[in-house]
Write a protein of this length. Structure first.
Length: 123
């Protein structure tokens, strides 16, 4: 069902978000990019383990093949960060949040990201 939905909508079922309190960010603006870089590095290392048939991250005989199948569906990076790769999913998320009354107004995707992170992912 998830695969079919993704193929039809292009919306990936995200599960987590990372946030920084505005007051903390305003005191330490470098924190946003450091956090992104740390997550990118951790993700890169995780991907290396996931596709390693000699020492897979999950001790399951077909784990690397399952990871490869997922890669063929969603692309080389199944969990890309930033606006460009996630716009469709984030836009759907924000639409649902507004429709369900979670947000008082319809937010734009750009409102979720601080300028430093927006610039990083548009280069």
């Amino acid at each position: 069902m998830e695969e079919s939905s993704f193929r039809g909508t292009g919306v990936f079922p995200i599960m987590h978000v990372v946030v920084i309190r505005r007051a903390l960010y305003e005191q330490h603006r470098w924190m946003a990019m450091n956090l992104v870089k740390a997550f990118e590095d951790a993700k890169r290392r995780s991907h290396e383990r996931m596709f390693d048939v000699n020492t897979p991250w999950l001790p399951f005989a077909w784990a690397p093949a399952a990871a490869q199948r997922a890669r063929s569906l969603v692309g080389a990076d199944p969990w890309p960060y930033g606006i460009a790769f996630n716009r469709q999913t984030l836009d759907a998320f924000l639409g649902y949040a507004f429709e369900q009354g979670v947000c008082a107004r319809r937010l734009s995707v750009e409102e979720l990201f601080v300028p430093e992170v927006q610039e990083q992912f548009t280069i």
